[in-house]
Design a protein around this ligand. Structure first.
Ligand SMILES: Nc1nc2c(ncn2[C@@H]2O[C@H](COP(=O)(O)OP(=O)(O)O)[C@@H](O)[C@H]2O)c(=O)[nH]1
Ligand SMILES: Nc1ncnc2c1ncn2[C@@H]1O[C@H](COP(=O)(O)OP(=O)(O)O)[C@@H](O)[C@H]1O
Length: 226
């Protein structure tokens, strides 16, 4: 890898952040950090913080900023000298400012996917909780129905992926993401991708990263898929 590279991926629930992050991590060797995964890990550990986190996630509410920064920033501090990709963090302006105080991102990917597509995808999203591996019965089904490909353990459907929780999550996302997106736009590092299929968006992201990871970040511009 030519230089250290720090990126984040943003988008509403179900927009394909996890799916695309996995491809980025595999293709470009970035360390992948998912806020949702760390939150679920802390819920499973049932620590004091985990109990608090559960009370928000279960109600499809954003976890408070100070809890999120305490969860995420120390992990990034440990990754000094590594290239990484953040998924799900920062989600609010306060989180973005806290991250800015630690380091400057090189690139932010923002995914725009229509609501109907999100609803369809999430109603069919199945997850292996321990690893965070994600399946969709149409797009990337598990080899054995209801079982994780690697461990054979059962897959679950998150309560907050149900349509009744989704509307409020999306509303929250839009309100809260707007100032974050504007911040990264003003820094010249935001790249937006619109579409209904990950496989059609991916080649654009792949080619953007191939270019950016081997050049200086100063030439960042807004990118739109057709
Ligand atoms: N049908 C379909 N499903 C997709 C596509 N891309 C991702 N998915 C599925 O949609 C769901 C949401 O994707 P995920 O990467 O978890 O989104 P995130 O919430 O933004 O991290 C998962 O079940 C994926 O397997 C796509 O292009 N078509
Ligand atoms: N950066 C964050 N700030 C506040 N809450 C968060 C953050 N990241 C995740 N969460 C909480 O965890 C839940 C699941 O997050 P995640 O797995 O990223 O799912 P999705 O992208 O599908 O919303 C969110 O609905 C929210 O309650």
């Amino acid at each position: 890898m030519a230089k250290l590279f720090r990126a984040a991926i943003m988008g509403p629930p179900g927009s394909g952040k996890g799916t695309i992050s996995k491809r980025i991590a595999q293709s470009f060797g970035l360390q992948y950090l998912s806020s949702g995964h760390f939150l679920r890990e802390s819920i499973t550990a049932n620590t004091e913080a985990g109990v608090l986190v559960r009370s928000y996630v279960e109600r499809s509410l954003l976890v408070p900023d100070h809890v999120m920064t305490r969860l995420m920033l120390p992990r990034l501090e440990h990754l000094i000298g590594h290239s990484w990709l953040l998924d799900g963090f920062p989600r609010t302006l306060a989180q973005a400012q806290a991250l800015n105080n630690l380091c400057q991102l090189d690139l932010v990917i923002s995914l725009n996917v229509p609501f109907e597509t999100l609803k369809d995808r999430l109603s069919d999203r199945w997850v292996h909780p321990a690893s965070g591996r994600v399946y969709n019965m149409g797009f990337n089904p598990p080899k054995v129905k209801g079982k994780d490909d690697i461990t054979g353990e059962p897959l679950i459907h998150h309560d907050d992926d149900k349509p009744e929780a989704l509307m409020s999550r999306l509303r929250h996302y839009k309100d809260v993401a707007k100032p974050v997106i504007n911040l990264y736009k003003s820094q010249g590092i935001l790249h937006s991708f619109s579409g209904t299929e990950t496989d059609r968006i991916w080649p654009y992201i792949n080619s953007l990263l191939s270019t950016k990871m081997h050049t200086q970040p100063a030439d960042a511009v807004q990118t739109q898929t057709p």
